[in-house]
Design a binder for this molecule. Structure first.
Ligand code: RFL
Ligand code: PHB
Length: 393
């Protein structure tokens, strides 16, 4: 058995784990990142695309914003639509802030490159991982691969291993409380080789269901359709996808999305999920390991960054000799912001999707709410300040 020692053992090389490892390095704290998948897999997984101004600032302040500054697309607003009529929500006008469209896999590539350039210890294709003894002063991570086992002694463990990871479930039954909601629909998402034909994202509520027009770069668009939660992707030919997108997104002023070769398609379920607390002994959960939001508010990756910001700060104080007070308040500090972001993501989701067998009253109320957001500066400002990102205290 090979033995290693680190201050913080990090499980998972997604945005949360990689950013935490980098922020710790800036504070002179050693970490080892243990990832089940290959580097290529992590770098090519297409997921989120919208960065709050707080996340952009965090990446810039941490010295990993160079390519983001060059290639990220600055978005000063979004458009909301109802049955083909669009209305712009001008973020900069309402809040003085904006968001940046930059693919999650690009953030992951930048962080991996930087950690490796700094001599960081990132271990991919780790095989089977278990976290143990985190209620003692000597937590350990075991990595079992091809008949051999590595034992990593840590001062603390960060569970950044996503929703399906092992860290959350390593806590004893009853230690954590789960708050959860699943939605009766999913998103069918595509990546298309087509230059964006609008400058900003379009969130459309149509009789046939929600549709979202987004993008990744000057040559690639990203589009989503509300579909059934158990939708089989095989039922969706490229022609059928484009036809449905054109139907839902077609606008009264003649705008419609430009089509192109479909590079990738997938179906994603929708859920809201929070675990409390985010800490058990010396194990700290961050990112999707601790919470999931439906993607309508574009918050998942941003929440992951907020968690690791607080965790890095608290570990910095602890290793700087300032005691464990901040670490003890980590969960409470994160949860206060997490629940506000959960509320916003739930609200955007219920505002913009069709609910099957919905009472006629609820549908009328939904339309009234959307029309209110599209006509009231106060309501639009509330949307805007949540979308660009609540401040990190
Ligand atoms: P990740 O990215 O899931 O990374 C976890 C990592 O842990 C590894 N892992 C393990 N490693 C070792 N041992 C184990 N036993 C392990 N089990 C798992 C995994 O392989 C993986 O590498 O979690 P993290 O870092 O918390 O980051 C969270 C974000 O990935 C997620 O919240 C976002 O992608 C959500 N999301 C969006 N977020 C935004 O902020 N803006 C958006 O526009 C946005 N759009 C989206 C989204 C997610 C989507 N899908 C596909 C779920 C759009 C979609 C369609
Ligand atoms: C995306 O571009 O993938 C995207 C944009 C906005 C969302 C969700 C996903 O709300």
């Amino acid at each position: 058995m090979a033995q290693y020692k680190t201050q913080v053992g990090i499980v998972g090389a997604g945005p949360a784990g990689l950013m935490l490892s980098h922020l710790l390095r800036l504070k002179g704290i050693h970490s080892i990142v243990l990832e089940a998948k290959s580097r290529l897999y992590c770098e090519e997984r297409v997921r989120a695309g919208v960065l709050e101004y707080t996340s952009v600032k965090m990446l810039q302040d941490a010295g990993v914003g160079e390519r983001l500054n060059r290639e990220g697309l600055r978005h000063e607003g979004i458009e909301l639509g109802l049955n083909g009529v669009r209305h712009r929500i001008p973020f900069v006008d309402l809040t003085g802030k904006c968001v940046t469209v930059y693919g999650q896999q690009e953030v992951v590539k930048d962080l991996i490159a930087r950690r490796l350039a700094d001599g960081g210890d990132l271990r991919f294709e780790c095989g089977e991982i278990s976290v143990e003894a985190f209620t003692t002063n000597r937590p350990r991570i075991f990595v079992r691969r091809e008949g051999s086992t590595d034992e990593i002694h840590c001062d603390y463990i960060a569970g950044c291993d996503g929703f399906h990871g092992i860290c959350r479930n390593a806590c004893p039954e009853g230690a954590l409380t789960i708050y959860e909601r699943t939605y009766p629909f999913a998103w069918l998402g595509i990546l298309a080789e087509a230059a964006p034909s609008r400058e900003e994202l379009v969130y459309m509520l149509h009789q046939r269901g929600f549709a979202l027009y987004s993008m990744r770069s000057p040559r690639v668009t990203r589009l989503y359709l509300q579909c059934a939660p158990d939708e089989s992707i095989e039922q969706w030919s490229d022609d059928r996808i484009w036809h449905e997108l054109q139907t839902r997104l077609h606008c009264s002023d003649g705008w419609r999305p430009a089509e192109g070769r479909i590079l990738q398609k997938s179906v994603t379920g929708m859920r809201s999920f929070v675990v409390e607390p985010l800490q058990f002994g010396r194990l700290f959960l961050a990112g999707d390991a601790a919470h999931i939001v439906p993607p309508t508010g574009a918050k998942g990756m941003n929440l992951a960054f907020a968690d690791v910001h607080y965790l890095a700060e608290a570990l910095g104080v602890r290793f700087g000799g300032g005691g464990t007070g901040y670490l003890e308040r980590y969960s409470e500090t994160c949860l206060s912001r997490i629940w506000k972001v959960q509320r916003f993501s739930w609200w955007m989701t219920t505002l913009l999707h069709r609910f099957e067998n919905e009472a006629a009253f609820d549908h009328k109320r939904q339309i009234a709410e959307l029309e209110y957001v599209m006509s009231s500066r106060a309501a639009a400002t509330s949307l805007a300040e949540n979308y660009v990102g609540l401040p990190l205290d």
